[in-house]
Write a protein that binds this ligand. Structure first.
Ligand code: DX5
Ligand code: ZN
Length: 218
């Protein structure tokens, strides 16, 4: 069942020079979780942050830390991210051969597990992990950078995955990530999404604007 829309600000668009303050501000502004984009310059063409940064920002918010790993290989680092403060660990179906094993590993560490698929990957890639995932993340841009444009063809995929989730009867969050603004948010929610990740649309203007920026997506 689709749930009430929740907003996960992506700190990729925050001011990295004052990340602690930004996280406090976004928490006060009404975020539902903190989305952290980890990129390795190999699986995606950009390098961002790692476990050390996550560990040091954890104290700035009690919201769940939703860590989106865009790295390959992923298995050698899962325990480290769990230890650093991730509450939800999302990995890419395309990042390795043994997706199911990686998800089992995340679960064994007591964390929620998510699977993300890039725009070119079909929904069917998720079929045999539906019994284990807690979250599915449909990328609506090619991962690597904030501020890109929403890829409309992904709306069809969101609808397909909504049906797949509803058929399981399990409580699986359907998250979308990339190019979310007040217009595309409506489309994504109408297609069945219940968690919207947004970077550029939230971390814009002054700190005092963040709560309105969040509201404009709901
Ligand atoms: C892209 C990241 C996204 C990104 C979203 O690879 O996974 O989380 O930061 O940024 P916007 O909302 O600016 O598209
Ligand atoms: Zn992300």
């Amino acid at each position: 069942m689709q749930q009430k829309t929740r907003i996960a600000p992506s700190i990729l668009s925050a001011d990295f020079a004052k990340l602690g303050e930004e996280i406090v501000a976004i928490t006060k502004a009404g975020a539902d979780s903190i989305h952290i984009d980890v990129m390795d310059g190999h699986f995606v063409p950009n390098i961002t942050i790692g476990c050390g940064v996550i560990k040091s920002i954890k104290k700035y918010s009690d919201l769940p830390f939703d860590v989106h790993l865009m790295i390959a290989p992923v298995d050698p680092y899962i325990a480290e991210f769990a230890e650093a403060g991730a509450d939800i660990i999302t990995i890419h179906a395309e990042a390795g051969v043994h997706l199911h094993r990686s998800l089992q590993k995340i679960k064994s560490l007591g964390k929620k597990c998510g699977v993300s698929i890039v725009p070119s990957t079909p929904a069917s890639a998720l079929e045999f992990v539906m019994d284990i995932v807690d979250l599915i993340l449909i990328m609506t841009v090619n991962p690597g950078f904030g501020g890109q444009s929403f890829i409309d063809s992904q709306l069809t995929k969101i609808k397909i995955v909504r049906d797949m989730i509803d058929k399981t009867g399990r409580n699986i969050d359907l998250q979308v990530d990339g190019g979310i603004n007040s217009e595309t948010a409506k489309l994504a929610v109408a297609a069945g999404a219940d968690v919207l990740v947004a970077g550029a649309a939230i971390f814009k203007g002054k700190i005092e604007d963040y709560s309105n920026n969040i509201l404009s997506l709901k």
